[in-house]
Design a protein around this ligand. Structure first.
Ligand SMILES: N[C@@H](CCC(=O)N[C@@H](CS)C(=O)NCC(=O)O)C(=O)O
Length: 144
């Protein structure tokens, strides 16, 4: 019986689904990571103005994309999902092995979330005129 379970599990196709939207940058992290690791996955494309019941079910707290669905388990938050992917599929590591370099990679991921994305969204995309020019300058400084 134990052996039978193992064999069926071995041949059972894995369920890997990524909830994304066409314009959102955060799900791209997840999609690129899965592609780098050679993991097959399906895409569920969300309309963020009319979210599906599935998205609300799998990410009831933030109701945002991306969500990774792995064999029925939902994981939310792009950087948390990347850690899950790294620990689940060990091939082609995303992070360097050295703890200091790893810390550096995590620093820049956090920086891009908190500084770069923030200044692009609030300083450039949602502004116009003079304010937008200032936002572009601030964004370029963050990218320098
Ligand atoms: N910190 C989140 C940000 C995700 C996020 O902001 N997703 C946006 C699209 S860019 C979203 O789903 N927004 C829908 C909403 O706010 O209702 C992550 O890294 O996953």
């Amino acid at each position: 019986m134990g052996m039978f379970t193992e064999i069926t599990e071995h041949f059972m196709a894995e369920e890997v689904k990524v909830f994304r939207s066409l314009t959102s940058p955060f799900p791209l992290r997840v999609i690129w990571a899965l592609r780098l690791k050679g993991v097959e996955f399906d895409i569920i494309c969300e309309d963020l103005f009319n979210k599906s019941p599935l998205l609300l079910q799998y990410n009831p707290v933030e109701k945002k994309v991306p969500v990774l669905l792995h064999n029925g388990k939902a994981i939310c938050e792009s950087l948390v999902i990347l850690e899950y992917i790294e620990e689940t599929w060990k091939q082609t590591p995303l992070l360097p092995e050295d703890p200091y370099q790893k810390a550096n990679a995590r620093f820049w991921a956090k920086f891009s979330d908190e500084k770069v994305f923030h200044s692009i969204k609030w300083g450039v995309l949602l502004k116009d005129g003079k304010e937008q020019e200032e936002g572009i300058l601030a964004t370029l400084q963050n990218l320098d």
